[in-house]
Write a protein that binds this ligand. Structure first.
Ligand code: PEP
Ligand code: MG
Length: 898
């Protein structure tokens, strides 16, 4: 039994590990009895042996001999034969498709003798010499590493010498002369003759394909697509068939359904009298499959039948490469075809209706990333190369969507202009909590600094607002209300278009198409169907509805939302959230209310502090009452305040300048001077690791008490109003069980107090976030005081890696991704090996102490498709994410369960 070589008749589609994708599918088609040119596959195992030792395994040479002889006997032709030569193609084919990354050599077996045989056999001398010159050209470049331009230049020269512009206008004599020139190029550049021995050609071509696995571009591609480096490629050696043998020959690609729209019915392109490379190069206009039916009804009928066969067999959309050689159909390749997001949903449902797949399979055929794409309005495709679009810069896509509006440079102007009905894009060097009003008013947000978990990014994602961050090419002049980039200046009021999916920023208007799927998710099926412009859109909306409903019945994970206002909560609920997993109460103090927190934190004495707290209580009570009303009947986790102080206190530098300038003018303001002293006292060099979360709650008396009281009173008020509130109190940034114990004891006391005051029982679960490594590692102890854990994977990632979440992404993640340290930002997709291990540990320790402990996650990862799989696997009860991502989380949780 051969070890490294398998005949096409020996494998099947499930052997992609061994045969690569192309080889496995060629074997499958052979098994199905479809007309595949005979050939064999050199396995990935041979490649791995070659990569390990740097030598072609000796057994491989022997096995190739056996396979070639078998092929020769089967076809009655010989490699390199003078009369009736066998020619082969040598193609790469890895397990995962790496389009265009690796090498191919066609027409192997041609030499000075067999070119005559090919001419005889085909009755076409021109064709034979053209095939030979293609071999030398491809072999020279790929196998011998000769600069491709040398061959291209020689070809151009030959055409110029004959006064023609197209390759096809060169005749047999011209091509024969060109072969001579090409051979000279080979001699000059490689110091050797073009190998005449077909077996030497074959062996060298095989090695070149094996080597192409390790090229720089192939490595880069794998890193980007997260394909492991040690898989290796297979090599397919296949009998050549020719689509360029005259008008009854041709070559094409076909799809069993339209991969762009998902429309049923076959679809494809065909080129008469051409080879595969001509189709890809787009040199001539192609015919449709319907045209092929006219040109060659018999071959067309056979192709149709093969397509139906393949689709039934793979039970999915297939794409196919085929060649017709003098009326005879040959299948050169097939695979389950790539498709757009709308096509994925529509095709999955069509296949269910055709009873080819189950709903579970349909669910596994679509992805959260595809659903997310469908949720956003998009820029209309650019007409003809988009010459009318001026790309200003490309930066980090932080929150998807397409937004067009007038540039404004401060939140007040954003609000003012939006109030008068203008669409605005808020441009900031970076955003801070004071910008929130402006961000809400704007259709999009663009910042020059910051990464994917910067303030702008997190808040924008939470609101479903289009956002591009870290546009370092932009020089934003806030005072001048302008920005410059690539030599262009944009002033306040100029129109900008930002693409939060690609990170592109355009100058001027770009047309936008609204999302029918988002309409469905927000307003329901009937409204979306009514608003849909055509049948195809209606079909898409129905498909999304069916698959999402199936995900809901299948999934084990619950999906909650991160929401801070009743309005967001109501929206999350419409989008399918089953609770609020995180209400960030510090967000309730942004904008005008910020000074209230400032007063509590900076109060000089108890009286001042109490006054400030008293002012907050009614506001908070009302906030929570509204929130609980919006979430009536569903769990609502309210996190006690976690304000990184730099976001809430006045900026030290600005305040220092203000006081110094006032002193110079002799206009000292005692209030400012006192404030400056307090801000100096509280100033932190590393605020994300400073007086935050539970630390602040324990250090500043009264702050947590106030919030707990406000929640309890809101619960009492809702109960009195006949509601069904399910508030839970969550303590942030706990590192020690003692911290939680202190807060919990206060909480229990306040619950009893409020219960007595209002005459209703107020008993709320108290739990904590697990967002510090120490909390994860001591989760057994912490669980003694916690009714639930919620993993704060943003801070847990920050503290596990020691990466400042506000700074590192813009600073060096690009380099870290390029050099392979990171394949994706750990702030975006959970780092399973590191941070994930802490999550797993905390789950195990926590449940050991308290088997009924409720476990969830509320960091950004809660809405990330890949991370959701992990959270399902470690046994969390729910994921919580921004309202907009709730549908994606529902879908992915369903996919994780099938
Ligand atoms: C977290 O750290 O993951 C979290 C949800 O809290 P925040 O982002 O508010 O720090
Ligand atoms: Mg946190």
């Amino acid at each position: 039994m051969a070890r490294y070589v398998k005949d096409f008749s020996e494998g099947d589609k499930d052997q992609k590990d061994l045969l690569g994708g192309k080889g496995a599918n060629l074997a499958e088609m052979t098994r199905l009895g479809l007309p595949v040119p005979p050939g064999f596959t050199i396995t990935t195992e041979a490649c791995r042996a070659y990569l390990r030792t740097g030598e072609v395994p000796p057994e491989l040479r022997v096995e190739v001999t056996m396979a070639v002889r078998h092929l020769e006997d089967e076809l009655g032709r010989r490699l390199g034969d003078f009369h009736d030569p066998l020619l082969v193609s040598v193609r790469s084919g890895a397990k995962f498709s790496m389009p265009g990354m690796m090498e191919t050599v066609l027409n192997v077996g041609l030499n000075d003798a067999s070119v005559q045989g090919l001419a005889e056999l085909s009755g076409d001398e021109r064709f034979a010499w053209d095939s030979y010159r293609r071999l030398i050209q491809m072999f020279g470049r790929t196998v011998l590493g000769i600069d491709a331009d040398l061959f291209a230049d020689a070809l151009d020269k030959a055409k110029a010498g004959r006064g023609v512009t197209a390759d096809v206008d060169l005749d047999a004599q011209d091509l024969r002369a060109l072969v001579g020139t090409y051979k000279q190029i080979v001699r000059d550049e490689s110091g050797r003759e073009f190998p005449q021995h077909p077996r030497e050609q074959l062996d060298m071509a095989i090695v070149a394909v094996l080597d192409s696995w390790g090229t720089e571009r192939a490595r880069l591609y794998r890193r980007k697509e997260r394909i492991p480096d040690d898989l290796g490629t297979a090599v397919n050696v296949c009998t050549m068939v020719f689509g360029n043998l005259g008008p009854t020959s041709g070559t094409g690609v076909a799809f069993t359904r339209d991969p762009a729209t998902g429309r049923t019915g076959d679809y494809g392109d065909y080129l008469v009298n051409a080879q595969g490379e001509d189709v890809v190069a787009g040199i001539r206009n192609t015919l449709s499959l319907a045209d092929l039916e006219q040109v060659d009804p018999a071959a067309y009928a056979e192709l149709r039948q093969a397509m139906r066969r393949l689709e039934t067999h793979y039970r999915d959309l297939c794409d196919i490469e085929f060649t017709i050689e003098r009326g005879k159909l040959w299948m050169l390749q097939t695979r389950v075809g790539k498709r757009t997001a709308p096509a994925a949903f529509r095709i999955a449902c069509q296949l269910v209706d055709e009873h080819l797949i189950t709903m579970d399979e349909a669910l596994s055929r679509v992805s959260g990333a595809q659903l997310a794409q469908l949720q956003f309005p998009q820029f209309a495709p650019a007409p003809d190369g988009a010459a009318d679009r001026v790309l200003l810069t490309r930066a980090m896509p932080a929150s998807p969507g397409a937004a067009v509006g007038r540039a404004v440079f401060d939140p007040a102007t954003a609000q003012e202009w939006a109030a008068r009905g203008e669409d605005v894009v808020l441009v900031r060097r970076e955003t801070n909590p004071d910008d929130l009003g402006g961000m809400i008013a704007a259709v999009g947000v663009l910042t020059a600094r910051g990464g994917k978990t910067s303030h702008a990014a997190v808040v924008a994602r939470g609101m479903g607002r289009t956002c591009v961050v870290g546009a370092e090419e932009l020089v934003v002049d806030q005072a001048d209300r302008s920005l410059t980039a690539r030599g262009r200046t944009v002033r306040e009021g100029d129109v900008l278009a930002i693409d939060g999916t690609s990170g592109e920023v355009f100058l001027g208007d770009v047309p936008v198409v609204p999302s029918p799927v988002q309409r469905y998710l927000e307003d329901g099926l009937d409204a979306a169907l009514e608003a849909a412009p055509d049948d195809e859109t209606r079909d898409l909306v129905r498909a999304v509805d069916r698959i999402l409903r199936h995900a809901d019945t299948t999934r084990r994970l619950h999906v909650h939302a991160n929401a801070d206002t009743a309005q967001d909560a109501a929206r999350a609920r419409r989008l399918g959230a089953q609770g609020i997993g995180l209400c960030r109460t510090e967000h309730m103090f942004l904008g005008e209310r910020r000074v209230l927190v400032e007063r509590v934190v900076l109060a000089a004495d108890d009286t001042q502090r109490q006054a400030a707290l008293d002012a907050l209580l009614p506001l908070q009570r009302a906030d929570f009452t509204d929130l609980l009303e919006a979430m009536d009947g569903l769990p609502t986790t309210i996190r006690l305040i976690d304000p990184p102080l730099h976001e809430f206190l006045p900026d030290l530098t600005e305040l220092s300048v203000k006081v110094a300038l006032a002193a110079e003018r002799g206009e000292v303001d005692d209030g400012d001077v006192a404030l400056l002293a307090a801000v100096r006292r509280m100033h932190e060099a590393n605020p994300m690791l400073g007086l935050r979360g539970v630390r602040l709650g324990l250090v500043v008396p009264g702050l947590f008490d106030l919030q707990i009281r406000a929640v309890c009173e809101a619960v009492a008020a809702r109960l009195a109003a006949g509601g069904d509130p399910h508030a839970e109190i969550m303590v942030p940034l706990v590192g020690s069980v003692q911290e939680l114990r202190l807060v919990r004891e206060r909480a229990l006391t306040i619950m009893v107090e409020v219960g007595a005051e209002r005459g209703v029982p107020v008993e709320l679960p108290v739990g904590c976030m697990i967002e510090l490594p120490r909390a994860a590692l001591t989760a057994d102890r912490i669980a003694t005081q916690a009714a639930f854990f919620s993993f704060g994977t943003n801070d847990l990632t920050q503290t596990t890696w020691g990466f400042s979440r506000d700074d590192v992404e813009g600073a060096f993640f690009a380099q870290y991704t390029a050099n392979g340290v990171l394949s994706v930002s750990p702030f975006e997709t959970i780092d399973v090996k590191g941070v994930g291990q802490l999550v797993e540990t905390a789950v195990r320790l926590g449940r050991a102490t308290r088997p009924d402990l409720t476990l969830g996650v509320c960091g950004e990862h809660g809405g990330d498709p890949e991370s959701i799989r992990f959270f399902d696997a470690v046994g969390l009860d729910y994921v919580s994410c921004s309202p907009f991502r709730v549908p994606v989380a529902r879908l992915e949780a369903g996919r994780a369960a099938v």
